[in-house]
Every structure is written in structure tokens, then in C-alpha cells.
Design a protein around this ligand. Structure first.
Ligand SMILES: Nc1ncnc2c1ncn2[C@@H]1O[C@H](COP(=O)(O)OP(=O)(O)OP(=O)(O)O)[C@@H](O)[C@H]1O
Ligand SMILES: [Mg+2]
Length: 272
């Protein structure tokens, strides 16, 4: 069952590219349990890099079955928050929990959360399928998930080509396939639309909505509003490390303003 945030919280197509441009395939692994508890709980999170306060007292919670956009200008602190959530950076203060635990305390993290932080490290000579097979083996994921994940992201036909021949958007899709291997219930995606063409962005939106409709939860960052506005049902807007808005999209635009108008009014013009 969906519920809104707490009341106190206001394929890349190049010529000859064989990527399927069909809509996202259904992921056969999806049978996610939804939980009444918050899937992600970030409380009073602060993170400094020397003099720079990258995140300052950031708090938000994500209910199951929602797609939340973490929005903000360049340097606002989005990646920092996601890195702390995924155990890649230590907070100076506060906490970031997934299903009530720190990432590093999860028993089988790949089965709980799939992350796309940046176009990952690929062995350029290896083909897409083998790249996923290695990851699946390391994470004790059944090998059949490799082909399923490739199909879901529309890379089935390119699976046997060396990753070095992939376009930027195809690499993005491969990274997403890797995140899906463990059939996670949470996806954490940092600027996942980077490199995707219009068709790819549309595909990604459809995919994320379907993932949430199946009970999954998505946290997706973006500094490109147009990519995100039609996908999310909740937004957390950050500016210079601070949360400046946190609500359902419906509430945010309730007085007739567009998301873009609200966003521009709340965020700084200069990169932090
Ligand atoms: N490893 C680091 N060392 C020093 N400063 C950092 C580091 N990582 C981030 N910062 C600083 O923290 C602030 C927030 O950066 P962050 O990458 O979280 O922003 P962002 O919202 O993801 O921006 P973008 O939209 O450009 O991806 C910036 O001022 C950045 O320069
Ligand atoms: Mg970033």
C-alpha cells in the first residue's frame, strides 16, 4: 500500500545500434514485498569535505512503492547523500538507513538495493553478458538472472558484444542491469538518464514507474528537471547541502505552480 510522506515533511540509438527500443520488459524476479516501514530513512545527515559542507542536516524518508526525485543544482549534495546511504562515505553526523539498517549491516546488500552511481568500471574487452555473469557469480545470484536483467534493460541483442563497442547509453543500461541482478526492492540511481537519448529517457521513466508499481522503491537524483518531472511521485529538493523542499509532487504543485517554477524559486543559480 502506498502512503505519502509523513505529514511533517512538507538506449541509445546510434546507427546500426542493435539495442531494442521497445518498452521495458517486465522483470520476472519482481514479487517484492512491500513494507509499512520506511525503506529509506535519512535523519539529520551531515557530511563535510574539508571546508565544504556537502550535506547539512538532511532528513527524508521513502515509503515503499514510491519514486522519489532527489533534485538540486550541481554541487547541491545529491551524490554525497547517495554515497553515504550506500556506505561509500561516512557521515559526520546523523544516519542513513535502508530497511532500518546501515548499508554495511545488510546481510545480502545486492538483494536489497541496486545502485547506479556512475557508469561503472567495465573491462572493455568483455562482453555485456560476461560482465554481468562475473558480478552474479560474486554475489551468489543465479546465472539466469543475467539474461533476465539484460532483457529488462533492452540489451539482449547486444549482450555478446564487447562493452568497448557500447555507446554511453548502452553502458548506462548495462549498469542498470547490474543493479537489477539481485532483484532488489530498492533502486538508488544517481543521474541515470545521463547519456540516454529521448527514447532511452522515456524507457527509463516507464521502467521506474513499473518497478514502483510492483512494490519497489526508487530514489533517483537529477539536475535535469524535465527528465524527472513525469516520473516521480515525491521530491526532495536540496540546495547547498540543505533540504529546501520535501513533499509529494502533488502537494508541491498544488497551488498551480509547475515543478520547475517551485524548483527555480528554491534553488541557487550558481553551482555550490
Ligand atoms: N570527495 C570530495 N572531496 C571534496 N569535495 C567534495 C567531494 N565530493 C563532493 N564534494 C563537494 O561537495 C559538494 C556536493 O557535491 P555533490 O557531488 O554531492 O553534488 P551533486 O548535487 O551530486 O552535484 P551534481 O549535480 O553536479 O552531480 C560540492 O561542493 C562538491 O565539490
Ligand atoms: Mg552528483
Amino acid at each position: 500500500m502506498r502512503r505519502s510522506m509523513r505529514a511533517d515533511e512538507t538506449a541509445a540509438r546510434s546507427s546500426g545500434n542493435p539495442v531494442s527500443l521497445d518498452g521495458p520488459a517486465r522483470d520476472p524476479a519482481v514479487a517484492r514485498t512491500t513494507s509499512a516501514a520506511d525503506v529509506v530513512h535519512v535523519a539529520s545527515l551531515s557530511k563535510r569535505y574539508g571546508e565544504v559542507v556537502a550535506a547539512d542536516d538532511v532528513s527524508f524518508a521513502l515509503p515503499a512503492g514510491s519514486v522519489t526525485g532527489l533534485l538540486g543544482p550541481n554541487g547541491a549534495g545529491k551524490t554525497t547523500v547517495l554515497r553515504v546511504l550506500l556506505g561509500l562515505a561516512e557521515p559526520h553526523k546523523g544516519e542513513a538507513l535502508i530497511l532500518g539498517r546501515r548499508y554495511r549491516d545488510l546481510d545480502r546488500p545486492m538483494h536489497v538495493v541496486g545502485a547506479v552511481l556512475e557508469s561503472g568500471d567495465f573491462d572493455p574487452g568483455r562482453n555485456g553478458r560476461d560482465h554481468l555473469r562475473v558480478l552474479a557469480f560474486a554475489a551468489d545470484v543465479p546465472q539466469r538472472r543475467v539474461d533476465e536483467a539484460l532483457a529488462v534493460v533492452g540489451l539482449a541483442r547486444a549482450a555478446k558484444r564487447a562493452v568497448r563497442t557500447y555507446s554511453l547509453g548502452m553502458r548506462q543500461r548495462l549498469t542498470l542491469a547490474a543493479a537489477l541482478l539481485g532483484s532488489p526492492q530498492l533502486l538508488v540511481l544517481d543521474e541515470p538518464a545521463n547519456g540516454l537519448d529521448a527514447k532511452g529517457v522515456h524507457w527509463l521513466r516507464t521502467f521506474l514507474r513499473g518497478f514502483a508499481a510492483d512494490g519497489g522503491t526508487v530514489l533517483v537524483s537529477s539536475h535535469v528537471l524535465a527528465e524527472i518531472a513525469q516520473t516521480v511521485d515525491h521530491v526532495v529538493i536540496v540546495d547547498r547541502g540543505h533540504v529546501v523542499a520535501r513533499s509529494s509532487l502533488a502537494e508541491l504543485v498544488a497551488d498551480g505552480k509547475t515543478l520547475e517554477e517551485v524548483y527555480l524559486a528554491l534553488t541557487s543559480e550558481d553551482a555550490a
